[in-house]
Design a binder for this molecule. Structure first.
Ligand code: FMN
Length: 208
């Protein structure tokens, strides 16, 4: 499927079929999402994959009446790290050293640079920044799902506090950014047949 065909095919699913996504396809989609770009490469968020139908039922009261929270095949909750700081930088630098096979000592300047960049932000700004990175991953998730023929619906129409409680995110140093339901569109989902409403090229794009 070409990228434009895939993006036209995808839409925010209102009603999912009962069918479940193949585990292998799900793994590939999560890998694609992990490949998402993030500022400094820090990836200050986690992907909570709610495969359990029982847990999705527990989330339903916090879904603002959106049945698809329980109906979908898998619900991915993109959760931002509540504390982004020296510990985050230290583990990133350690991983960087391992992957690129360089001594940690050689990465001191990079480490100082990242710590300085984070230190000038207030805790609220760091959290907002972490949410922004999670949204980038959401974009990657939606586009990748479309290319793979997996249906989805991004959702901020949820109560983040309720999601945090049900999923035990606070204890993990995380808080809900946005959720994304995955699965297969129901054949009777009328939204599938709606034309896309998008700004036209002239309004959206300015070439200077
Ligand atoms: C961050 C974000 C949050 C959204 N939240 C919801 C939601 O809670 N429920 C819903 O049905 N659609 C939600 N949407 C879907 C948008 O309404 C939809 O993408 C937009 O109207 C364009 O339609 P399309 O994606 O079907 O082309 C959300 C989309 C984004 C990007």
């Amino acid at each position: 499927m070409s990228i434009l065909t895939a993006l036209d095919w995808r839409y925010a699913v209102r009603r999912f079929a009962e069918e479940r996504i193949d585990e292998q396809q799900l793994e590939e989609l999560l890998t694609a999402t992990r490949m998402s770009a993030s500022a400094y490469g820090l990836q200050p968020y986690r992907l909570i994959v709610v495969a359990s139908a029982e847990v999705r039922r527990q989330l339903l009261p916090y879904g603002m009446g959106q049945e698809k929270v329980a109906q979908c095949s898998h619900l991915v909750v993109l959760a931002a790290q509540t504390e982004v700081g020296e510990q985050t930088v230290a583990s990133y630098v350690a991983q960087f050293a391992r992957v690129r096979d360089v001594p940690v000592a050689d990465l001191q300047r990079m480490s100082d640079h990242l710590n300085t960049a984070l230190a000038v932000k207030t805790p609220a700004q760091r959290l907002a920044w972490a949410h922004q990175q999670a949204y980038l991953a959401l974009g990657t998730l939606l586009t990748s799902a479309a290319l793979m023929g997996i249906d989805s619906c991004p959702m901020t129409g949820i109560e983040a506090d309720g999601f945090d409680r049900v999923l035990g995110l606070t204890e993990l140093g995380l808080t809900t950014s946005v959720a994304c339901a995955l699965g297969r569109r129901h054949p009777d989902d009328a939204n599938a047949r709606l034309k896309k409403v998008r700004l036209d090229h002239q309004t959206m794009v300015r070439v200077i």
